[in-house]
Each structure stands twice: as C-alpha cells, then as structure tokens.
Ligand binder design. Structure first.
Ligand code: ZN
Length: 141
C-alpha cells in the first residue's frame, strides 16, 4: 500500500532530560497535530527499553538496557492508529565500549539529551494502521 504525499512542516527541537523518548515524541506529534511524518533523532539516554518482534510467537519481547548510552540513530514515522497520531521508531544505541544495541523503541527509554527533527507530510489519503493477519502486526492498511 502507498499514498502520495507533499511536504509539510518541519519541526526541529530537543527533548528534556528525563523525558520518556517515545512518549515525548508522541506528545509533540499530538500537540502539533502531525498525522503523517518522518522522524529522526540523536543524543544520549540514561536507560533504554527496546522491543524485538518474535515472528513465530507473534508478540514483542522487551529488553531493558540499564546503562548510559549514546543514541546513535532514531528513525521513525508517524501515521494514524486508533484515530490518533502514532509514532513508530527504531533506535540504535552505543555503550562506553562502542558496543551497539538496537530495536523497536518502547516506552521506558529515558532521555539524557535528544535532538530531533520531524518532517511532516501531507496527503489526501490517511495512512492508517490496522491489524494484519499475516504478521500479527498493526500495519498500514
Ligand atoms: Zn518496530
């Protein structure tokens, strides 16, 4: 499935120390009424919680990384789920040894510092998530 889009607003900023990374991005999109967008970010976190989708078990398992890390890259998108803007993001972190970890960004990741950019897109057709029987995920319908 695909939709045609046009460029919308660009919102750049930084999150506050102590913010929940996913929750804060979600809140910005809701407040700014951003329904379709691409999100990028970088910074550092005090603690991370990431998910991995078990394709056979059809459920997410989550892991807590209880250490200070660089947020090397956050890449994500915004679309509509249950009638509201929904942020889906993946993240890569590095610890003090330069070892990397990554996964599906979950609530419970605490920001130390984060600079983000949200690139909004406008479309006549809403990009909405719905349950997908083949994968068990909420995918664009
Ligand atoms: Zn994901």
């Amino acid at each position: 499935m695909q939709v045609s889009v046009k460029a919308g607003r660009m919102v750049m900023g930084r999150l506050k120390k102590g913010d929940d990374l996913l929750g804060a991005l979600q809140q910005i999109c809701s407040q700014q009424d951003i329904k379709l967008a691409e999100i990028r970010g970088l910074g550092a976190v005090k603690h991370a919680r990431i998910g991995y989708y078990d394709q056979d078990g059809r459920e997410y398992t989550f892991v807590d990384l209880a250490q200070h890390m660089e947020l090397l890259a956050l890449i994500g998108n915004v679309s509509i789920k249950d009638g509201k803007p929904f942020v889906h993001a993946h993240v890569t972190f590095a610890n003090s040894q330069g070892e990397s970890f990554g996964g599906h960004l979950a609530e419970g990741t605490e920001v130390f510092a984060c600079e983000f950019i949200i690139t909004e897109y406008l479309s006549n057709t809403a990009l909405e998530r719905a349950p997908d029987d083949e994968t068990g995920l909420f995918l664009w319908k």
